[in-house]
Each structure stands twice: as structure tokens, then as C-alpha cells.
Design a protein around this ligand. Structure first.
Ligand SMILES: Cc1cc2nc3c(=O)[nH]c(=O)nc-3n(C[C@H](O)[C@H](O)[C@H](O)COP(=O)(O)O)c2cc1C
Ligand code: SF4
Length: 715
């Protein structure tokens, strides 16, 4: 295979201090939170980081390694490097990465005020208590600290000097374990960043106040690392070039910081954005477009000789190539891009751009349902990420090809079909509409959700490329399904109208409310067949979850006067928090940092812990948990309550009665999100084999049976 590339700049080597990275694609520091409970390197750590190295990223930054677990572990199962007994396993991790030609670089990080463990006391530059704007349910630093027993402690001078020693010792251990360099986490409001930031650092001693004093802690750490490890051991510093808060670091300040860090011995600068008070800029939900952070690299790069790395929402090879070609930065960095597709660099090198599964910035898998939920790393669209079962499966085919009927051509169905072919089975997708995509397709109407289309396109391309049989506009009957050995119910969810008094005929379904003005489009070349409705100006969005949040964004941007009525304590509490942070700003006719959408014509009103009580001709009564009734005017009411689709329940029951197992996945099991759909679709196939295609008494397919049990059961 030729390795001549359209992207010569991306594949040029680059020197970082004494070491050379083989290309310009950096895996940004990512705390995957997969370590053993004692903080040592786990089998899963090695599987995740080494796969990303195998994919061709030239530097693998291992996120969230604490130098001091007694005062700050970065995640509940983050890596700990504060004792020498961590060195042997760290050495195994380093080797597993270097084996694939990549540089292995732990990021040393003390979480400071944003510390999940140990609970109870938080180190910071000062005792400023912060109420974070994410959502009531997801605070990290509590305003009511005393009541919650969580205290923010300003470091004493002696403790700061201790930290210098602990960080440098951690770096020394990394060097002893055979790592190529270290990265210092001085971004995002964590401990070192709290020294750099004029907004966070309120000290009045020699570690706070003026610029020189604020630089003292990071520079002392760099100096002490060089003392312990030698000048040849490279130190990269990652800091937020813009904190997006008044008095915080801005791009002018970041220029001064960059120069001071270079003079202080840093070997490369990795520019990030935000502190926890401004999470939009830090976690780039879907609303943030590729390249929005480039301005910071352009500002800093002319002032320093050391390499400058830029990241955030970078996804497409052409765009990344141009960044390097135009000299805007020396390296491009990716975190989520690599979680969604660890093989991005190899695919780019080989010109297989349409095979790249581009991260859609949804933050559900990698953030909401992993780090925020205290679980291993995951990715909504890459079922392999963070799952040892999938890593181990690698290349294994089923003992015999099976005929599988997949009913429903949404993400769960398509992902199952993809894995079925890879494992040597013969899947047939039955899709009721005239296009594959399911619930993803509605997203094209929601402002800033266009990245969902990347994933829909990728799946459809793969389904075509793998030669999956697809029967479009076809609902299978019992006789048809009986010709298969196993049936997958991936028919998704549908909206419904909960009990309510009055004129229920005034209620529109969510599906109809997402009405598209186009007769045909790329998704529906023959037309969707969905008859949209024209809603009046005053609309009640009744319900919650992704459907309701998307509908608010759609209607708000369309100039409607929207009122949300949700029975939850907090609107959007099951929607990814950073997306809700941006949406809430927009609901209040503003926008999140660095975004400039057209303000909604009306602010969105929200009734929480409430539901509809009675629907009149024009008026609607809303009742809250204390039985207070409010009457508002509404032209239309849209229900966003959903439940699993049971349209084919009888068909499936008859197929099961005929001895053919039917397995239900994704929203057809219970309405959740894309992550659940993709994971369950893929997992259904993971061990599916004619040898174990029988359900246990709990209704679950038997899988991965020990050889003696297979024999005993007569398989
Ligand atoms: C799951 C997850 C873990 C992260 N862990 C770290 C970390 O340990 N250190 C760090 O500097 N940034 C961390 N980040 C931020 C990313 O490195 C990156 O700046 C951000 O995700 C935006 O870039 P991307 O669009 O390439 O993902 C993390 C992000 C995610 C989603
Ligand atoms: S979960 Fe979503 S944001 Fe995270 S890596 Fe996967 S696609 Fe990207």
C-alpha cells in the first residue's frame, strides 16, 4: 500500500526538546479514568493508550496523573504516581505506547479545587468558593461548602513548596519508568492553572498578585523537574490561553505566559481554553466549530521558538493539514477525535478519509457517562473504546455464519449489522422509512447539530461498503422473520401523550413538530413522507430529555415563544451537561463563551417539577408538585414523552414462540441516547454464535460459554 500522502505537513517529524515526534498529530492529555483502585496502571489503561498509539498519533499524553493522591486524585480511578511502587506498571504502559513509534508522555495534574478524591478538603490558591454554572446537580465546588463539609483550603507557603517537590518527584518517576517527557497540566482551573490565572489567584504573597508572582509556582516546578531529571528531559506545559472570565487569562496575557514559560525551560506549549466556570469553551460541545481556537496559536506562535500545539474540535484532515502548512501551529492535538477513531492518523496517511469516524462532540460517551458518572472511558459512537471485551475480540469470527434479521435501520440496527458482517454473519436490515439513520435524522433540523450527520454518513457508508442487505420501506411479517436464526428488535422509541384533562387533540407529537420545510434532502432523496405541522407562535414543550432539549433549540431559533413543562426537578438533567449549559444560555437570549448565535426572539420559560393539568381552547393549566396551578396561553402543545416502540410486539412474540430468539436493544428497550443504542447494537453481536444462540432463564442470550458447559448443554 502506498504511503504517499496528500497531507505532507501533518506527517513531518518535529523536535520537542531532546526527543522527536514522528508526525504533527498529538493525542491530547485525556484522563480516561480506567486505572486500578490503588491508582496503578490497569490492563484497560494499556489497551486504550496503546491502541491510540497504534493508530499513529505521534505523542500520547496520559491525562490526569496525580503527584499527590493524599490531597488530590484527578478522577476516582485516575492514575497515581506519588510512590515508587507505581513505576513498574507505568513502565509497562510506556513500552506499550512506544512499541508503536509514539512518544509516551504522562500529564502531571493536581485537581486543586476541582478534586473528586479525597472528599472533604480542596487545595487551591485561595479560599474562594465557586458555584459552578454547569447545573444544580453537577457542582464540583460548592457554594454551601460548610453545610456540605467541603472546604476550600488556601495552600500555605510550605504546602506550595511541598507541591513543587511532589510534582518534580512524579516527573522523576515518569522518567525512571521510561517515559519520553512529561506534560504539566496548567489549564482548566486545576491547581497549577489556579496559580497562573489572575482571576483564580487571589493570593497576596510571593505566589500571587503580580505576573511574576503568579508564574512562580509553574516555573519552580519546571526548574525542579530539570534539576531532578536533567535538562534533556522535555517538559510540555498545557495552559488555558483564554479563560473567558473577567480578569482571567486572555490572549494578551497568554502571550506573556508563553514567553515566560519558554524562558523558564518549557520545551513545548499546548494551548487550551477555559476554566470550569466557562465549560463551553473547554469541552467544545457540538455548537463549537472546527478551528475556533486557532486565534490563540496565531497570537502566541510568533513570540516563541518552542513548538506550539493547538487543539479543540479539530476533526478533518484537510483543515488540520492547512493549520500546519500555514504555520499557525506546529502540531494539532486531538482528544475526542482519537476516542472516536484511534486510527485517524493512519487513515489520513493512507487517504482513507471517508473511513474516519469523526467525533461528533456529543460528550455523552466520553464525558457524561464516563468521567461524570465515575466510570471507565467510553465513546458514544465507538463501542470498542474502553471495553476490554471488544479489544479482546479482535479479529475473531463466529464458528458459523448466521442469518440475522435486524428490524430498524437506526444507529443500533446499523451498528449491529456492521459488527455482524465483521464477525462473518449475514445480516438483513428491515427499515420502515426510505432512509437509514433513525432518530439521528431529526437532528439535522436542530441548530448546530450538523455533526450528527457525519456519523449518519459514516454508518451508511460502512453499511454499503460491507454489503449489508437492506430492505427499505419494508416492515417484516412473522413468516419473513422466521427465515432467520435470530432477530434484533431495534425499532427505537415513539412519543406518546401522558394522561391529561381537556382537549388532547391539541397536542402534537414531537416527530411531527420537527417539521422540515424541504420536500427532499440528502437524507430523504425521495422525501421523508413525514408530514410536519406548522406550529403557532406560543408553544409548550411538554416533557424532557434530548427530544425536548432539541425541540427547544429548534423552536427558539425559529422565533417561537417557548414554554417548557417538565416533571423533572431540573430541565435537561438527563441531557449532557455542557450541551445544557450552552442551551440554557441561549434560552436566556444569550450565548456561551466564544459563540455568537442570533438571540432567540423570546426567552424560554421553564416550569420544573410540573406537568400539564388541563388543556382548554387557548389556555393551558400547569400544575406543580405543590399543587399550584398556573394558567398560560398556548397555540400549540408538543409532547416529548417517549416510550419504546411496541408496534411489532405481536410479530416478535410469535417469532419467539416459534423458537427464534428476539433480542431488543437501544431505545426499543428503553428510550435513552445514541451511546446506549450504539453500544447495545454492537454488543448484541459481540459473542453471537450458533453455538450459544439460546436465551438463559432471564431472557439474555448466552454468550462466551466455557467449552465444558457448551458440551454439557449439547451445543
Ligand atoms: C474524557 C476527557 C478527559 C479529558 N482529560 C483531560 C486531561 O486529563 N487533561 C487535559 O489537559 N485535558 C483533558 N481533557 C480536555 C481535552 O484534552 C481537550 O482539550 C478537549 O476535549 C477539546 O479537544 P478535542 O475536541 O480534541 O476533544 C479531557 C477531555 C475529555 C473529553
Ligand atoms: S462520546 Fe461523543 S464527544 Fe466523546 S469522543 Fe465519542 S463522539 Fe466524541
Amino acid at each position: 500500500m502506498s504511503t504517499e500522502t496528500k497531507y505532507p505537513n501533518l506527517f513531518k517529524p518535529i523536535r520537542i526538546g531532546s526527543v522527536v515526534a514522528k508526525n504533527r498529530i498529538n493525542f491530547e492529555p485525556t484522563a480516561i479514568s480506567c486505572s486500578n483502585a490503588d491508582g496503578s496502571v490497569s490492563e484497560l489503561d494499556i489497551a486504550v493508550y496503546s491502541e491510540i498509539a497504534k493508530g499513529g498519533y505521534s505523542m500520547i499524553n496520559i491525562g490526569g496523573c496525580t503527584p499527590d493522591s493524599k490531597t488530590g486524585r484527578v478522577t476516582v480511578t485516575g492514575l497515581i504516581i506519588d510512590e515508587d511502587n507505581m513505576i513498574p506498571a507505568m513502565a509497562r504502559l510506556a513500552k506499550s505506547i512506544q512499541k508503536y513509534g509514539a512518544l509516551a508522555i504522562p500529564q502531571i495534574q493536581h485537581p486543586g479545587r476541582q478534586c473528586p478524591m479525597p472528599k472533604g478538603s480542596y487545595y487551591s490558591t485561595n479560599d474562594q468558593v465557586v458555584k459552578l454554572p454547569w447545573s444544580a446537580g453537577h457542582e464540583i465546588v460548592f457554594a454551601n461548602a460548610e453545610e456540605k463539609g467541603k472546604e476550600i483550603k488556601a495552600l500555605t507557603t510550605a504546602q506550595i513548596l511541598d507541591q513543587v517537590e511532589l510534582w518534580s518527584l512524579a516527573a522523576w518517576r515518569c522518567q525512571a519508568a521510561g517515559f519520553d517527557a512529561v506534560c504539566l497540566h496548567a489549564a482548566h482551573g486545576y491547581l497549577m492553572s489556579a496559580f497562573l490565572s489572575p482571576y483564580l489567584n487571589r493570593r497576596i504573597d510571593r505566589f500571587g498578585g503580580n505576573f511574576e508572582n503568579r508564574m512562580r509556582f509553574p516555573l519552580a516546578v519546571i526548574k525542579e523537574i530539570k534539576n531532578k531529571c536533567g535538562n534533556d528531559f522535555p517538559v510540555i506545559v498545557r495552559f488555558s490561553a483564554n479563560e473567558w472570565v473577567p480578569e482571567g487569562i486572555d490572549v494578551e496575557e497568554s502571550k506573556r505566559i508563553s514567553v515566560a514559560l519558554e524562558e523558564g525551560g518549557a520545551d513545548a506549549l499546548d494551548l487550551s481554553q477555559c476554566i470550569q466556570e466557562t465549560p463551553g469553551a473547554g469541552f467544545d460541545p457540538m455548537q463549537y466549530q472546527e478551528g475556533w481556537t486557532l486565534y490563540s496559536a496565531e497570537a502566541v506562535k510568533p513570540l516563541v521558538k518552542i513548538p506550539v500545539i493547538i487543539s479543540h474540535a479539530l476533526r478533518t484532515p484537510e483543515f488540520c493539514e492547512k493549520i500546519i502548512a500555514d504555520g499557525k501551529a506546529d502540531m494539532i492535538g486531538m482528544c475526542r477525535g482519537a476516542l472516536a477513531d484511534p486510527y485517524w492518523p493512519t487513515k489520513v496517511l493512507l487517504g482513507k478519509e471517508n473511513k474516519i469516524r469523526k467525533c461528533i462532540s456529543c460528550l455523552t460517551g466520553c464525558w457524561q457517562e464516563s468521567l461524570m458518572a465515575k466510570k471507565d472511558i467510553a465513546c458514544a459512537i465507538n463501542p470498542v473504546m474502553g471495553d476490554l471485551d471488544f479489544y479482546k475480540l479482535d479479529g475473531t469470527k463466529a464458528s458459523r455464519s448466521m442469518k440475522i434479521a435486524i428490524v430498524g435501520g437506526g444507529p443500533a440496527g446499523m451498528e449491529a449489522a456492521r459488527w455482524a458482517v465483521l464477525r462473518g454473519h449475514k445480516p438483513t436490515i428491515f427499515e420502515k422509512s426510505n432512509e437509514l439513520g433513525g432518530a439521528i435524522l431529526g437532528c439535522c433540523l436542530v441548530p448546530d447539530k450538523d455533526k450528527m450527520k457525519w456519523y449518519a454518513d459514516w454508518l451508511r457508508y460502512e453499511i454499503k461498503d460491507l454489503g449489508v442487505e437492506v430492505l427499505m420501506e419494508h416492515v417484516p411479517n412473522v413468516e419473513e422473520l422466521k427465515k432467520f436464526e435470530v432477530v434484533l428488535n431495534a425499532t427505537g422509541a415513539v412519543s406518546y401523550i401522558p394522561d391529561v384533562n381537556g382537549l388532547t387533540e391539541r397536542i402534537t407529537s414531537m416527530e411531527a413538530a420537527f417539521s422540515c420545510p424541504k420536500a427532499t434532502c440528502e437524507f430523504y432523496p425521495k422525501g421523508s413522507g413525514r408530514k410536519g405541522v406548522k406550529l403557532g407562535e406560543k408553544v409548550i414543550v411538554w416533557g424532557d430529555h434530548y427530544g425536548a432539549a432539541d425541540l427547544v433549540a429548534f423552536l427558539g431559533a425559529a422565533g417561537k415563544d417557548v414554554t417548557v413543562v417538565t416533571d423533572r426537578k431540573e430541565f435537561g438533567s438527563s441531557v449532557e451537561v455542557i450541551h445544557m449549559y450552552v442551551l440554557r444560555k441561549r434560552m436566556a437570549q444569550g450565548d456561551a463563551e466564544a459563540l455568537h448565535s442570533k438571540p432567540y426572539k423570546y426567552p424560554v420559560k421553564v416550569f420544573e417539577s410540573s406537568t400539564l393539568y388541563d388543556i382548554g381552547e387557548k389556555e393551558v393549566k400547569i400544575i406543580d408538585k405543590n399543587l399550584n396551578i398556573t394558567t398560560i396561553e398556548a397555540d400549540d402543545i408538543v409532547t416529548c414523552y417517549t416510550r419504546s416502540n411496541t408496534e411489532l410486539a405481536d410479530t416478535f412474540a410469535k417469532v419467539e414462540a416459534a423458537g427464534i430468539p428476539v433480542v431488543t436493544v437501544g431505545d426499543a428497550k428503553s428510550p435513552r441516547n445514541l451511546h446506549a443504542a450504539v453500544k447495545e447494537g454492537a454488543s448484541f453481536i459481540l459473542y453471537l454464535d450458533p453455538d450459544n444462540c439460546v436465551k438463559n432463564p432471564n431472557g439474555a442470550l448466552l454468550d462466551d460459554l466455557p467449552i465444558d458447559v457448551k458440551k454439557q448443554l449439547g451445543f
